[in-house]
Design a protein around this ligand. Sequence first.
Ligand code: 5RP
Length: 285
Amino acid sequence: MDWGLKNRLSNIIKPQDNRALMLAVDHGYFLGPTEKLENPRKVIAPLLKYCDSLMVTRGIQRTSVPATTSTPMVLRVSGGSSIIGEDLSQEDITVSIQDAIRLNASAVAMSIFVGSKYEHQTIVNLGKLVNKAEKYGIPVLAVTAVGKELGKDSRYLSLACRIAAEQGAHIVKTYYCDNFEKVVQSCPVPIIVAGGKKIPERDALQLTYDSIKGGAVGVDMGRNIWQSEHPVAMIKAVRSIVHGNSNVDQAYDLYKQFINEDPKKKQKSSKPNPSKPKKPNPSKK
Ligand code: 5RP
């Protein structure tokens, strides 16, 4: 592996513990203004210092991430369909490698849709992206996107992850599933787990814990962080599992503790409640 590629990878998967906490905010590329990600700048600002890297599109990076940040960027370079379009799997590469370099990307990311109508196109695109990115020492993260009709089972995910790795992806993002260890064992490159739809906080912490126990290097979590009522508390709790080896109970206790430390909450509770009648102050005459 070339020095540049190794160096960029080490920005994403921390060499101290071989773990990664990626914050995903790239959803708008096909979902538009997703719930609670309507204003990405507001969402990203308080969370940026708690993630190891940010998964982002170039539009959001340029408009909503301060260029002074030291957080590495994982740049999504694929797109071309929308949630209301004909087929979500019809993606192409939409960002040039030159633009990825201009944006100082630590990795480029794209989806492959194994088993879908556009499987061939997306897998060939992955190979081509690896050809271009490796020329400049930029790692490629392949996202094994799952179509509606395809289940998130270990047989399917093993197939998709292995195909991504065979095409030369340096990291593969996939979903957690039963027998997840099998998916990890048959994939020769590091696996990072996507959070998926919003679930209760404790369940999302369990997913994080199980993913790491099952052999993933970490999580690339979006909705379960920024759709939480307490995004900062949530990312800190997830972090305590990824980098602090907390178990689920410990992480959930921390989540509750972080909520209480939230300055917004303190501000709220110190404000007088107009609906409460004022107690008479005996010292005042
Ligand atoms: C969207 C993505 C997301 O980055 C990925 O799904 C992670 O986000 P979430 O935790 O919300 O699922 O690749 O296509």
